[in-house]
Design a protein around this ligand. Structure first.
Ligand code: SF4
Ligand code: F3S
Ligand code: FES
Length: 235
């Protein structure tokens, strides 16, 4: 099948300091992924095209981009699922550096701010592992699936309008530890997320949940964090 591919281009270092689109007609298989089309352009037509990718199997989270207006991982989207006219653009709300490559620093700074790691200085009496019941583990299972692709945060209208908002990905990763019965810093994280740019900036738009390639219940996780800020944590 013939695919009409339209790709966002921006590269101030090479004189392309006004965003524009390059277009291509590409012979593709319905089961090709959008990432395959981008690789084809980069490998055979224009080596200056820039985008991030690593695993090519939906695991590393590096190739989130807007495909026909919606945030997706290019390696998980098949041509037959998006049609024969495909527009590829960078994710929104982060500064574009070149083509599909955005500056992820603001995103990762918000992630770091919520202490996304286990805090527990106590060694169990028997010196072995910290035990947890299956029910306690289940409590935060959904949010362990995050691959930090930023598809959620960069689809959030609140994040687009307010760069102080930590965004859904940071809250998801806070959730993963707040509700972990082995962790001791939940109250600190809730304090951080009760601040101006925290969980209550969320207006329940649900774009984040729709965008998440891991099908994490992002909006629900945010609601649980909001409830914990008000009512405390139950493990
Ligand atoms: Fe990506 Fe989903 Fe994690 Fe957001 S919650 S960063 S969309 S994997
Ligand atoms: Fe934004 Fe998701 Fe809340 S899109 S407003 S973080 S529900
Ligand atoms: Fe790793 Fe797509 S390249 S998630």
């Amino acid at each position: 099948m013939l695919v009409y591919l339209k790709i966002y281009r921006y590269n101030p270092e090479a004189g392309r300091n006004v965003p524009s689109f390059d277009t291509y007609n590409i012979d593709a298989h319905p089961t090709d992924r959008v990432l395959d089309l981008l690789e084809h352009v980069k490998g055979n037509i224009d080596g200056t095209l820039s985008f991030r990718r690593s695993c090519a199997h939906g695991v590393c989270g590096s190739d989130a981009m807007r495909i026909n207006g919606r945030n997706m991982l290019a390696c998980k989207v098949l041509v037959k699922d998006v049609g024969t006219e495909i527009t590829v653009e960078p994710i929104l709300g982060l500064p574009v550096l070149k083509d599909m490559i955005v500056d992820m620093n603001p995103f990762f700074n918000s992630y770091k701010a919520v202490m996304p790691y286990l805090v527990n200085d106590d060694v169990p009496a028997d010196g072995k592992e910290r035990l947890q019941s299956p029910e306690q583990r289940e409590r935060f299972d959904d949010t362990t699936k995050c691959i930090m692709c930023a598809a959620c945060t960069t689809s959030c209208p609140v994040f687009w309008a307010d760069d102080q908002y930590v965004g859904p990905a940071a809250i998801v990763n806070a959730h993963r530890f707040i509700f972990d019965s082995r962790d001791q810093a939940g109250a600190q994280r809730l304090q951080i997320l009760s601040d101006h740019g925290g969980a209550f900036r969320c207006r329940t738009a649900f774009n984040c949940t729709e965008a998440c390639p891991r099908e994490i219940h992002v909006t629900q996780a945010i609601a649980e964090v909001k409830n914990a800020i008000i009512g405390g944590i139950e493990h």
